[in-house]
Design a protein around this ligand. Structure first.
Ligand SMILES: Cc1cc2nc3c(=O)[nH]c(=O)nc-3n(C[C@H](O)[C@H](O)[C@H](O)COP(=O)(O)OP(=O)(O)OC[C@H]3O[C@@H](n4cnc5c(N)ncnc54)[C@H](O)[C@@H]3O)c2cc1C
Length: 466
């Protein structure tokens, strides 16, 4: 690669990445690991901490998956990469301000809200999106503003603490995560890294029934078999199927040749079905070919009307009692001010990672991860995705050799001008050490600090350790 026209070849190219989740960090890694184009990479996040949904989505009782964080951390600690936390792009800094300082920007800001269902009663307290519940049990600062919220009847802690029966709409792994966290005994979660107030609420909860509601059949779920097995193995929990009886052998015959994962899942379901009902105190109900049609209740959800239409069967409606209604039918991206956005898909329009503005490529703008391709795949999928985007970016830099950015000062100067208080990797390591000390004092590996003010206090150089 060269710089035939611009004469700027020796100048490191400044790349800003918006979002320090897996896709942003994998993009930083792909940039840092190549030697042809010298780069200075800044990964910005609105939160004081990096790692996106690895910290605030992946289930706290799945520590081995959460430990991917250690690999991501090494990239943020590498010399060509800087982390700037606690700065929200689009609010603290506009896209235009950011772009004046850099040769290129990669949007990797994720898709962190829930798709919701517009059915009668959806506005009742007790009806929530899975993203909010997940954010709460993972200790996300947006839903842990401080002590005051815990007194609000409709606050997440009080909803969880007063739930006996929950209905979850959806048949993917997030729905299974939510079901498992709700039905598990609080005592079985005390070794996780959940924040103290979350553990306290989960210890007070007494969920006896969870209804998982899926609009399609048992051969058409998006569960992974490992998570299905985990649910079936929970102590003191029985699984019931609806409609009942459910001809699972016929479903297995149908999917065996065409879909290996579905066949493995149905095989698990068959094993559960074969178990004689025992004396378990808690129950997970799996409803197939079923959709919610209305929420019942006047000042809080008290039940859900479900409509079931099995293939070849008679459609019917029935009601189940519920104090909590969780919609888990997918995550949704939101527009970021100044960035092109497709409302239909909930994504930034792009081809091969190059952002489209008004249908044409926008020089210097790229996109990666969930906000590029939608909320699909596993964490590793974001790596291939980010590598594609970085490939396009490096190719364009070499081809176009763009002039230096209009504002030559480092980004830190702009952040200081704006009176912002960015947090760097040293600050993260202080938070990390405080979380480890907090957890170890309680006999667990670490304890998440939830409230933003507490994270910022832990990041403070002058704060006493632990
Ligand atoms: C509940 C749940 C459980 C999951 N469990 C697993 C699992 O067990 N295994 C697995 O492989 N995958 C799992 N995933 C999927 C995995 O988390 C995603 O593939 C991955 O996190 C997507 O990465 P991302 O970087 O695109 O988005 P994110 O991880 O969401 O990161 C986006 C980052 O951008 C930041 N941001 C947003 N807006 C701004 C802004 N305006 N300015 C600055 N920063 C901003 C956010 O704070 C966030 O840190 C799970 C997902 C969810 C939701």
């Amino acid at each position: 690669m060269g710089s035939p026209g611009g004469g700027a070849a020796d100048r490191p190219r400044r790349i800003a990445i918006v979002g320090a989740g897996p896709s942003g960090i994998y993009a930083a890694e792909a940039l840092a690991q190549q030697a042809e184009t010298p780069v200075e990479v800044t990964v910005l996040d609105r939160l004081p901490t990096p790692f996106g949904l690895v910290r605030y989505g992946v289930a706290p009782d799945h520590p081995s998956i959460r430990s991917i964080r250690n690999t991501l951390e090494r990239t943020l600690d590498s010399p060509a990469v800087s982390f700037v936390g606690n700065v929200e792009i689009g609010r603290d800094l506009t896209i235009d301000e950011l772009r004046r300082h850099v040769d290129a920007v990669i949007y990797a800001y994720g898709a962190a809200t829930s798709r919701l269902l517009d059915i009668p009663g959806h506005e009742l307290p007790g009806a929530i999106g899975a993203a909010d519940l997940v954010a709460w049990y993972c200790g996300h600062p947006d839903v842990h503003p401080g002590e005051a919220s815990a007194t609000d009847r409709a606050s997440l802690p009080s909803l969880v603490e007063t739930t006996r029966r929950a209905v979850i709409i959806g048949a993917g792994n997030v729905a299974l995560d939510v079901a498992r966290i709700l039905i598990k005994d609080g005592a079985d979660l005390t070794t996780t890294d959940m924040a103290d107030p979350v553990l306290a609420s989960l210890a007070r909860k007494d969920v006896e029934e969870v209804h998982l509601v899926h609009r399609r059949g048992p051969g058409e779920t998006s569960f992974t078999t490992k998570e299905v097995r985990e649910l079936g193995g929970l102590p003191d929990v029985e699984i019931a199927f609806h409609p009942d009886p459910l001809d699972l052998p016929a479903v297995l015959d149908r999917v065996r040749a065409s879909d290996k994962v579905a066949a493995r899942n149905v095989t698990e379901f068959l094993a559960w079905q074969a178990k004689r009902p025992g004396a378990a105190r808690k129950r997970v109900h799996l409803h197939f070919w079923t959709v919610p049609v209305a929420l019942l209740g006047s000042d809080r959800v008290t039940g859900v009307r479900l409509a079931t239409a099995p293939p070849g069967g008679v459609p019917a409606e029935h009601e189940v009692a519920a104090d909590l209604f969780v919609t888990s039918i997918g995550y949704l991206g939101q527009p970021l001010p100044g960035v092109p956005f497709d409302d239909e898909t909930g994504r930034v329009p792009q081809v091969d990672g190059r952002v489209l503005r008004d249908g044409a490529f926008s020089p210097g703008e790229y996109v990666a991860g969930w906000i590029k391709r939608g909320p699909t795949g596993v964490i590793g999928t974001n790596k291939h995705d980010a590598v594609e985007t970085v490939g396009a970016l490096l190719h364009d830099l070499a081809e176009d050799d763009p002039p230096a950015p209009p504002d030559p000062r480092p980004l830190t100067a702009l952040l200081a001008d704006k009176g912002l208080h960015p947090l760097d990797m040293a600050a993260w390591h202080r938070i990390d050490a405080t979380e480890a000390a907090l957890g170890q004092a309680q006999g667990r590996d670490r304890a998440t600090i939830a409230a933003r003010a507490d994270l910022i206090a832990a990041a403070d150089e002058d704060a006493p350790p632990g």
